[in-house]
Design a binder for this molecule. Structure first.
Ligand code: APR
Length: 258
């Protein structure tokens, strides 16, 4: 019998009274879908690589095929993964509050597959590609055959195509960052779910919300870098705590998790 997860009554009251809720998510919300987080040890073939040595423009220029293969491995992993009750709880919540946005650092698309409608992707998306040279978006099926580097090429300029994700030392998409910042500034409650909050500027977004008066709730088995400034900490897996939070706040929604 799973112990009942106690949600503080004061948090239930705040969430029920909230007009604008923002969920700020990281790799941890997809961990229970079998997608390894960044700071978990990599598995199998990729165990000997540190993501921070692969997810950079320099790594791609040094060894395009290695980086390409790593992203194709992650894309296939994610395509086989299913959204978990944590993703689904956020999608259910979106229909229960006046307005809600998910601001995610994840590139796996699992929020959208769980049914969340308003998802702001700060770090791009696996399965979307663009040309490394001319920057144009390139659909996988329209890419030109691989050159000597073993990576498909841009049909427009012949450059190498790359995953449309944000690499380390790269700027975030300006429109996504601006939208995320606007949502944080009007949020009543921000749920910080499954992120170590080590990577900026994303990690600074919940602080903007706090400065504007939002209540911060962390859902994570471990304290993140934001732990010192959160108002509530639900110390455990998102796949258990988010459904418990939704069910405690909106008992009528309990059937969504039956
Ligand atoms: N439920 C909730 N949180 C979890 C769970 C779970 N089941 N399992 C692990 N976590 C937490 C870990 O405790 C950790 O705090 O998820 C967090 C994962 O942290 P990271 O691996 O650092 O992932 P993230 O914070 O998303 O990384 C941010 O850094 O690597 C870059 O661009 C990449 O978007 C990524 C960014």
């Amino acid at each position: 019998m799973r112990e009942t997860l106690q949600i503080p009554e004061s948090l239930v009251r705040l969430l029920r009274a909230a007009h604008t809720v923002v969920a700020f998510t990281g790799a941890g919300i997809s961990a229970e879908s079998g997608v390894p987080t960044f700071r978990d040890a990599q598995t199998g073939l990729w165990a000997r690589y540190d993501p921070r040595d692969l997810a950079t423009p320099q790594a791609f220029m040094r060894n395009p095929k290695l980086v390409w293969d790593w992203y194709e491995w992650r894309r296939s992993l994610v395509e086989q993964a299913q959204p978990n009750p944590g993703h689904r709880a956020l999608a259910v919540m979106e229909g229960l509050v006046p307005e809600m946005a998910v601001v995610t650092q994840n590139v796996d698309g699992l929020h959208q597959r769980a049914g969340s409608q308003r998802v702001i992707e700060l770090h791009g998306r696996l399965g979307r590609y663009r040309c490394f040279d001319c920057g144009r978006p390139v659909r996988r099926e329209e890419a030109a055959p691989p050159g000597p580097e073993g990576v498909p090429r841009c049909p427009h300029c012949g450059g190498l195509i790359r995953p449309d994700v944000v690499w380390f030392n790269e700027p975030l998409p300006q429109d996504a960052l601006e939208q995320a910042s606007a949502w944080m500034r009007k949020a009543d409650v921000v749920l910080i779910v499954g992120t170590s909050a080590q990577v900026w500027p994303a990690a600074g977004l919940p602080l903007e919300a706090k400065r504007a008066g939002a209540v911060l709730v962390e859902v994570n088995p471990q304290p993140s870098q934001l732990a010192p400034v959160v108002d509530f900490a639900l110390r455990g897996p998102a796949g258990q705590w988010l459904p418990a939070l939704v069910t405690a706040t909106w008992p009528e929604a309990a059937s969504a998790f039956a």
